[in-house]
Design a protein around this ligand. Structure first.
Ligand SMILES: Cc1cc2nc3c(=O)[nH]c(=O)nc-3n(C[C@H](O)[C@H](O)[C@H](O)COP(=O)(O)OP(=O)(O)OC[C@H]3O[C@@H](n4cnc5c(N)ncnc54)[C@H](O)[C@@H]3O)c2cc1C
Length: 148
């Protein structure tokens, strides 16, 4: 390869890389696009609970956990408050299909901030506060015990 060709190739290569990076940044969906798409997808799949995208009314109220240090730095993309186990399943399915992290909180007393994540689809489980004993599950549980 001539000296000139050897100099031109890396230059062309880095220009192509820079162009690819610029295009991908330009064409990448914004956080607002992703949020809109997730909310639409939740509703389309029959999510009946409440949905609070970042900066919406109610978001701050439901974001807060007990440890103030977590509150200062952790901001989920969207907070959802499932009204049923079906809603929980829909939330997980939608998060998975959009490659978005999930975080889950109940009382929010955990001290290590592992009950809330930045940029996540955040499940606030406080509405699901009843336990129902399903007879079939109980029967299958006892038969598992017998097998042991
Ligand atoms: C001041 C203080 C005192 C404490 N004293 C005690 C004590 O005496 N005895 C004791 O045992 N513990 C104690 N703890 C610890 C506390 O009980 C635990 O952190 C407990 O998990 C808090 O429950 P929570 O519902 O608030 O959980 P969260 O803080 O909401 O969540 C804790 C973890 O559980 C996960 N999680 C929550 N809900 C769900 C769900 N529905 N499905 C799946 N994952 C879920 C979260 O993602 C997170 O990882 C204390 C904590 C503090 C801050």
């Amino acid at each position: 390869m001539s000296k000139m060709a050897a100099g031109v190739w890396p230059c062309t290569y880095s220009m192509a890389a820079a162009l690819t990076l610029a295009l991908s940044l330009l064409l990448a969906p914004s956080a607002a696009d992703v949020t809109r798409e997730i909310v639409r997808s939740l509703r389309e799949h029959g999510f009946a609970g409440s949905v609070y995208p970042h900066n919406s009314y109610g978001y701050e109220k439901y974001r807060k956990v007990q440890n103030g240090a977590c509150n200062r730095v952790l901001f989920p993309l969207i907070i959802i408050r499932p009204a049923s186990t079906y809603d929980v399943a829909v939330g997980i399915k939608v998060a998975k299909s959009h490659y978005i992290d999930v975080s889950v909180r109940s009382g929010g007393h955990g001290y290590t901030c592992n009950n809330i994540k930045n940029g996540s689809l955040h499940f606030d489980m406080r509405r699901l506060n009843k336990v129902e004993l399903v007879r079939e599950s109980y029967v299958s549980f006892t038969s598992m015990q017998k097998l042991d």
